[in-house]
Design a protein. Structure first.
Length: 199
């Protein structure tokens, strides 16, 4: 026996798919920043914002070292079939470049306030506000350790993100004075990378 789906059933199914696609925006944003694929991050925005976002992320991500962003709770509310807004929790680890202790990490508890729009069948960011519960400098310097050479050692510095092609390309491009001059990031050696703090 089969039961035909009602219009309401179909609407609910579509919302399930929409929520999943919107959540992917937050995940792809985090990985794009962590791997320094800033063009891919910019493409998550509505078309009219893409070029401005490319410039913004090239600048801001050249001012910090390694970042690790963990996406958590994600609340999504729909305004209509093609517009939505949401709240995203994120725990971030950001390597500082300058300040009293370059090479240390700042741990942040972040809240993103997002708005989303479906454009040409795909969900995109319209806006993304970054707010803090707190940020605190950690005592550890995780990138100051020896290379892990996994599986030889369980502790130490690994190869992520240094071996990511987008990471290497980003730092090679940042040697251009247009992006702030030569940087010492992206060594690819699994060692400490001292970069400049910023957002």
């Amino acid at each position: 026996m089969t039961t035909d789906l009602t219009t309401e059933d179909l609407r609910r199914l579509r919302r399930v798919g929409d929520r999943d696609e919107i959540r992917q925006l937050a995940y792809r944003y985090a990985w794009g920043l962590d791997s320094r694929d800033t063009d891919a991050v910019a493409e998550l925005w509505i078309p009219s914002a893409v070029e401005a976002m490319k410039r913004r992320f090239r600048r801001s991500m050249s001012e910090v070292g390694v970042t690790v962003l963990f996406v958590g709770n994600h609340l999504i509310d729909f305004d209509d079939d093609d517009e939505a807004h949401g709240l995203v929790y994120c725990r971030g680890y950001i390597e500082t470049r300058d300040g009293p202790h370059p090479g240390r990490f700042v741990e942040q508890a972040i809240l993103y306030r997002d708005s989303y729009r479906r454009v040409d069948g795909a969900w995109r960011f319209v806006s993304r506000g970054h707010e803090l519960w707190f940020g605190v400098e950690t005592a550890e310097r995780p990138l100051g350790q020896r290379a892990a050479r996994w599986p030889e050692h369980h502790d130490g510095v690994g190869t992520v993100p240094y071996d990511e092609p987008s990471w290497r390309a980003f730092w090679a491009e940042c040697a251009d004075p247009q992006y702030g001059g030569a940087r010492d990031g992206g060594t690819g050696q699994g060692g400490s990378q001292h970069t400049r703090d910023g957002s």
